[in-house]
Each structure stands twice: as structure tokens, then as C-alpha cells.
Design a protein around this ligand. Structure first.
Ligand code: UDP
Ligand code: MG
Length: 313
């Protein structure tokens, strides 16, 4: 029988955790009672260096219920690293691991279908949002823009799939083989291949507490996604450079002709505009190259993606 682990990254989630844990543990118990998963299955809460009562709550859950396990990271490492830590640890004990956010915006009833697909030989099952009615207009527009932007920039991701997915033990083992420190799971998991499936569900509102992904974090996640998966931005620079070069040749010819005609008093405006435009473009281009250089620098350090402080299983 399948041993299932549910990995839940939690960062300052004291408001939702009591409710989330109750629902997840009930769900687990129902699956165990229904003979779908084994008695060794667990809900693994990963405390991503929270500075509220999150870890206390996890400890209490663990002492009260054998289905609750806890992993405490040594400090806040961000959603992707926390999730990766959870997957790595859970993958040692489980046949399949489902990752889900602590706010239960993702419908836990999709777990049954995910398991069914897993039993039918799928190694990866994506949870895909069918609707976003409950998200605010702003969240919806920015989130969908996020997927479009990623695609445009050359990062292949599953549309409207966040990190709610099932992965088999061997898929996780293969994932660990991807040595990158700059982690964007949504982009890497599709690279694994294997037989995959998608399960649709409706996204609900956050149970309680505030979003831990304000616009700033979302933009940085998008940027992480693009720069860790694709070199398209650098290619844009090359194309832009070529275009500017062509324009400058045209300008050269134009100014030479103007010079010989004797028409040289004009030109302050175009001069000042081009200085600013070229200066701006150059700074932008250097900035983008610098971003990649920074990534290479971090990758060469091979720093650990997460450090475990405590593990309750
Ligand atoms: N999270 C985390 N570390 C962070 C930020 C977020 O582990 O530094 C977790 C958070 O606890 C939640 C999940 O990532 O379980 C998704 O965050 P949230 O629900 O706030 O994002 P949103 O749904 O608003 O995009
Ligand atoms: Mg959420």
C-alpha cells in the first residue's frame, strides 16, 4: 500500500495552522480508513524559520497525533527551499509526496484523484487551478501575468499550476540530482519527464492570516524563474545591441550627409536623447548580465539549499 507524505511549508502561519492541520489530518485518517494509503503516512509540516508560534504548534501537533510530523529549518530560506527540504526528507520515507501550501487555498479533495493517477503509474501529478474567482482582481491579474511572462521569457511551466503536486519517490530522487542552488521547482519538475497527469481543482481563499507572497516576492520569484531556466534575456540584449548598431550606422550616414550639405546647427535634441537612451540601454544590459553573473557566483559556491534544525517523525 502507498505510504503518502503531505509536505506543508509554513512561514509564520500560526493563524491557519490549527485549522489546516485538523483538515489535513482528517483527510489522512479518511484515506487510511478507506484503505487507500498505509498506516505509516504522515503530514510533514516544515517550519521555514518562522518567528511566531508556528514551531510550537507543530511540536504540539506532533505530540498529540502520530500522523503529524515536523521539520524545522535553521532559518527562513523561502518557500521553494523549504519545499525542497520537505520533499527531500519526506521522500526518504514515502512512496509519494504531495506538496501543498499551509493556507489550504488548494482543494485537498484533489488528493484522491492525485493518488489514483499515482496508482495508475504517474510519477508526477500537477494540481491545476481551474478558476481563480476567489482571488482578488489584482492577485488574479498579476498571477496570470506571471505565467505569461515566464512563458514569454522562455521558461516552460504548467499554466496555473503552483506547487500543489504529487511526486513519486523516484521523481524526488531524480529532482535531487538537479544541483542548482537557485531553485524554481515549477520550472524544474517538468524537466524530469516521466509519466505525468494533471488534476483540476478550484482555488479557494486563504483560510486565515496574510499572504506570504506580496507583489515584491512574486516579482522576485518570476525573476528567479526566468533567470534560472532561460538565457533569453541575454539574447534580448544581443538583439537589442544589433538593432542599436544598425540605427547608429544609419545615423552616421545621415550626419555625414548633413555635414556635407552644410546643415549642422540642428541636432541638440537628438544628441541629448540618444545619449540618455544609449546610456540607459547600456546600464540595463549590464544589469541583466550582472544578474546572471551573480547567479553563477552563487551556484559555484554550492551552498546547501536548506539546513535542518530539528526533525520530529
Ligand atoms: N512560505 C514559506 N516561506 C516563505 C514564504 C512562504 O514557506 O518565505 C510558505 C507559506 O507558509 C505558504 C506557502 O509558502 O504555505 C505559500 O505562501 P502564500 O500562501 O502566502 O502565497 P500565495 O498563495 O499568497 O501566493
Ligand atoms: Mg496562499
Amino acid at each position: 500500500m502507498t505510504t503518502l507524505y503531505i509536505a506543508v511549508p509554513c512561514y509564520n502561519e500560526q493563524e491557519v495552522l490549527p485549522e489546516t492541520s485538523a483538515r489535513l489530518i482528517d483527510k489522512m485518517q479518511a484515506l487510511i480508513d478507506g484503505g487507500k494509503i498505509s498506516y505509516d503516512s504522515r503530514v510533514l509540516f516544515i517550519d521555514d524559520g518562522s518567528n511566531d508560534k508556528t514551531w510550537e504548534i507543530i511540536q504540539r501537533l506532533h505530540s498529540e497525533n502520530r500522523l503529524a510530523a515536523g521539520l524545522k529549518l535553521s532559518r527562513n530560506r523561502g518557500h521553494q527551499n523549504a519545499l525542497f527540504g520537505g520533499l527531500t526528507v519526506a521522500g526518504k520515507y514515502a512512496d509519494a509526496v504531495i506538496s501543498i501550501d499551509a493556507d489550504l487555498q488548494d482543494d485537498i479533495n484533489a488528493i484522491d484523484l492525485m493518488l489514483e493517477n499515482f496508482e495508475n503509474g504517474c510519477d508526477i501529478v500537477y494540481g491545476v487551478r481551474s478558476k481563480r474567482d476567489t482571488d482578488t482582481f489584482f492577485k488574479r491579474v498579476t498571477a496570470e501575468g506571471f505565467y505569461r511572462f515566464l512563458k514569454f521569457m522562455g521558461a516552460e511551466v504548467v499554466f496555473n499550476h503552483a506547487d500543489y503536486r504529487l511526486m513519486s519517490k523516484r521523481a524526488i530522487e531524480e529532482l535531487e540530482g538537479f544541483g542548482e542552488v537557485n531553485l524554481f521547482l515549477r520550472g524544474i519538475v517538468p524537466m524530469l519527464g516521466f509519466k505525468t497527469a494533471a488534476v483540476e481543482y478550484e482555488r479557494a481563499e486563504r483560510l486565515a492570516g496574510k499572504s506570504k507572497y506580496p507583489l515584491k516576492k512574486m516579482l522576485s520569484l518570476a525573476w528567479e524563474g526566468v533567470t534560472s531556466l532561460s538565457i533569453k534575456p541575454i539574447r534580448f540584449i544581443t538583439v537589442l545591441g544589433a538593432a542599436v548598431f544598425i540605427v547608429s550606422i544609419i545615423m552616421l550616414i545621415y550626419s555625414l550627409i548633413s555635414h556635407f550639405i552644410g546643415n549642422t546647427t540642428l541636432g541638440w535634441t537628438s544628441l541629448i536623447v540618444s545619449i540618455w537612451a544609449i546610456g540607459g540601454l547600456q546600464l540595463l544590459a549590464i544589469g541583466i548580465i550582472g544578474e546572471y553573473l551573480g547567479k553563477i557566483y552563487l551556484e559555484t559556491k554550492r551552498r546547501p539549499r536548506f539546513i535542518i534544525d530539528k526533525f520530529l517523525n
